[in-house]
Design a protein. Structure first.
Length: 297
């Protein structure tokens, strides 16, 4: 009787242990399954985070390359690139769901596509404008060269005209005369040409202003300078200043010029003429326009 009770108790204990064992196995399986699910979820989160980070890095690289081109949209591109950098920093700190970062990345990517399209359009326009500018520059350079040639030609023509407009003094002659006053048997003065210094009491200087149709008409003044053999200036010995230059002259003569040939003749009275060579210079202001010489014995 006692043996039967012991067997019954043992069976009961074994049954309880079996139940506990089954319960433990079920619990262990559930815990293992939960851990596995958590690990899978964590792995998925990490993989998704890395994927989003990679996409953001590529997006940043695209902006960096576009900014380096230094277009007129650089300021806008920099602002969008900074948004990407900020989102990358937030993603690095995140330890949970990254789906919101994925949606923000999508929005940034859409903005990037729009900006890149606009930037590409501006680059094409800039390229077109550059080609047009270069073409215009070539035209301007050629025009400048042509203009420089024309200016040079005009300068040469002006110089030619100016040179052609200058009056020419020709046939400059100087002779010495002995002047005999009217007397008992002469009613008028008599002038006898001489080459003797002792007999000379007047010099006659003559020259011709040649015809020039393009010269400016009007009164023309010439300064005549006569230098004797002792290097003395004869006559009035006046001095005329022309800017920083000065001219000592024997006399000045003014004639009315009307673009036709004009004969000019002036007398210079004197006495005690020295023997030797005399030099005669004709000046238009301070410019020597004619010269000659003669001798008195």
């Amino acid at each position: 009787m006692e043996n039967q009770q012991s067997n019954s108790s043992l069976k009961a204990v074994i049954a309880v242990l079996a139940i506990l064992l089954v319960g433990s196995l079920v619990y262990i399986f559930k815990v293992s399954s939960d851990v596995e699910n958590v690990q899978t979820e964590l792995n998925t989160t990490v993989t998704e985070k890395e994927s989003v980070m990679k996409d953001l890095q590529e997006l940043k690289a695209t902006y960096d390359a576009a900014i380096a081109e230094n277009t007129s949209m650089s300021e806008e591109l920099i602002k969008e690139r900074d948004k990407v950098v900020s989102l990358m920093a937030d993603l690095s700190k995140s330890k949970g769901d990254v789906s919101k970062f994925r949606s923000q990345y999508q929005a940034l990517q859409n903005n990037m596509k729009a900006l890149m399209a606009e930037n590409e359009g501006l680059k094409k326009q800039n390229t077109k404008l550059t080609v047009q500018r270069d073409s215009t520059q070539v035209v301007l350079v050629e025009a400048k060269k042509t203009n420089e040639v024309l200016v040079s030609q005009n300068d040469e023509l002006a110089k030619t005209v100016e040179k052609g407009a200058k009056l020419s003094i020709v046939n400059l002659k100087t002779s010495a005369y002995n002047v005999k006053s009217p007397g008992l048997f002469r009613s008028s003065e008599k002038q006898v040409e001489t080459d003797k210094a002792s007999r000379a009491d007047m010099l006659k200087i003559s020259f011709t202003i040649a015809e020039n149709q393009i010269a400016k008409s009007g009164d023309k003044t010439y300064y005549v300078q006569i230098i004797d053999s002792k290097n003395n200036v004869l006559g009035d010995k006046k001095t005329q200043n022309f800017g920083e230059k000065s001219l000592s002259y024997s006399f000045a003569t003014t004639v009315k010029y009307e673009n036709k040939t004009v004969q000019v003749s002036e007398n210079l009275p004197g006495k005690d003429f020295a023997k030797g060579t005399y030099y005669v210079n004709v000046f238009d202001k301070d410019v020597l326009v004619s010269k000659s010489s003669f001798d008195l014995k």
